[in-house]
Design a protein around this ligand. Structure first.
Ligand SMILES: Nc1nc2c(c(=O)[nH]1)N[C@H]1C(S)=C(S)[C@@H](COP(=O)(O)O)O[C@H]1N2
Ligand SMILES: [Mo]
Length: 411
């Protein structure tokens, strides 16, 4: 089913009407007067089905849904607790998944090639990796002044187990020219305007990241088909970089001889100033001033207890969470109960695989009853530690990797 409802003359497509009728479960009586570019509300697939009831909806046009931190306690994030970030509309689910195709084209392929999903599964070896997908704007609400974009708290992050084939294997099968430097993805999600000429998002990564072992063309997450909201039936998954490079509803990957120039690669989208700017300062959005965000910075979360916990001061309090560091590993974590004046080392586990988050635990003793905050900070393998309060402000509100903090009361 095409997502544009009207044909070029402005008449409602028969196929669109049929889908709408099925979705609303009855005749759409005034279907002939549905305005051009108007998307009937009955089309709205509800991505909250199957989600935890405590997920926080930031908006439904497009759908953006955040995970409260205490729900991120699992080592492997269940799909019911995965945040949702959309730039456009969620497309219709395909009637037959096996005939879904992936085309590899672009100026740097020797010749374009198309595979059905069934062929991908049959022809290439499949792998499963736990991968951190974190929105580049996760933590945006912490910046002052506020920037445009979704005001995420710290819950636009997940680490699920993705299954698929390596993009590197597919690209080797296609055959690339020597000038290949970048890839760009295209997904089936319609632009919010429903204008078929507009693309909601089409981002990419340099070849070096594209051909890493963990870069997957995935059809399953946590052992099940990918839910529609997360890119069913096929998705690019690239851990450790802004999740905006992990294209959902994937149908095409272009191999480029220059930095990919798709939607959301322009302006200051997913970019930060090369030199620090004053909070709120506007600078020209030129390549001399901005760099594209690549590996995400070191970060950690306290996932248990939830903020606001009340406990007995007589016994130590067990706290735990995750830490991750983009392309790097996390080397150590520390906690503080005195607003960052002193820090105690916690215990950190190694990652299940490269680009997965790592679990940490700590036993904290409190001198007496009263109000405390527990702060956590992680240090990556290059010796870089999270900032205590807020990192460098930037116009897109990206990369806030400030220490996560919870409030607790000892009684
Ligand atoms: N086709 C498509 N892919 C997309 C997006 C989108 O809007 N359309 N959003 C991107 C962004 S900005 C993020 S943070 C992640 C979110 O993935 P999730 O919704 O599965 O958590 O998907 C990325 N892939
Ligand atoms: Mo994102």
């Amino acid at each position: 089913m095409k997502n544009e409802l009207h044909d070029r003359r402005g008449f409602l497509r028969k196929s669109a009407l049929a889908t709408l009728t099925t979705l609303v479960g009855t005749e759409v009586v005034f279907a002939n007067t549905i305005p051009r570019h108007y998307r009937p509300l009955g089309f709205d697939y509800n991505p909250l089905e199957g989600k935890s009831p405590d997920m926080k909806v930031l908006g439904d046009k497009p759908w953006n849904v955040e995970t409260p931190i205490h729900l991120l306690d699992d080592a492997v994030t269940p799909t019911s607790k995965m945040f949702i970030r959309n730039n456009g509309l969620i497309p219709e689910a395909p009637a037959d998944v096996n005939t879904w195709t992936l085309t590899i084209n672009g100026e740097s392929v020797k010749a374009p090639k198309t595979y059905t999903l069934a062929e991908l599964k049959k022809r290439f070896k499949s792998y499963t990796y736990q991968l951190v997908l974190e929105c580049g704007g996760n933590g945006r609400s912490g910046f002052e002044p506020q920037t445009t974009g979704n005001p995420w708290d710290q819950g636009a992050v997940s680490c699920a187990a993705w299954t698929g084939v390596r993009l590197a294997d597919i690209l080797a099968d296609v055959g690339l020219k020597s000038d290949a430097v970048y890839i760009g993805y295209y997904g089936k999600d319609p632009h919010l305007s429903l204008d078929p000429a507009k693309v909601a998002i089409s981002r990419g990564v340099p070849m070096k990241k594209a051909i890493e072992a963990e870069t997957l063309i995935a059809w399953a997450v946590n052992g099940q088909d990918i839910p529609l909201a997360h890119g069913h039936p096929l998705r690019l998954v690239i851990g450790g970089w802004p999740a905006s490079v992990s294209g959902k509803w994937l149908h095409t990957i272009a191999v480029r001889n220059k930095i990919h120039d798709g939607a959301k690669m322009e302006g200051h989208s997913y970019k930060v100033p090369i030199h620090p700017v004053q909070p709120g300062e506007k600078i020209p959005e030129t390549p001399e001033n901005f760099r594209i965000i690549e590996s995400m910075p070191v970060k950690s979360l306290i996932t248990a207890p939830a903020t606001g916990a009340v406990f007995s001061a007589k016994r130590p309090l067990s706290v735990r969470g995750h830490a991750w560091a983009g392309d790097r590993a996390v080397a150590s974590i520390q906690t503080s109960i005195d607003f960052g004046a002193t820090w105690q080392p916690g215990t950190l586990k190694p990652a299940k695989n490269r680009l997965a988050w790592q679990q940490w635990t700590a036993e904290l003793s409190f001198p007496k009853a009263g109000y405390y905050e527990v702060w956590v900070r992680a240090t990556d393998s290059a010796g870089i530690t999270q900032p205590m309060v807020i990192p460098q402000w930037n116009p897109g509100g990206y990369l806030n990797n400030a220490c996560h903090r919870i409030a607790v009361k000892a009684v």
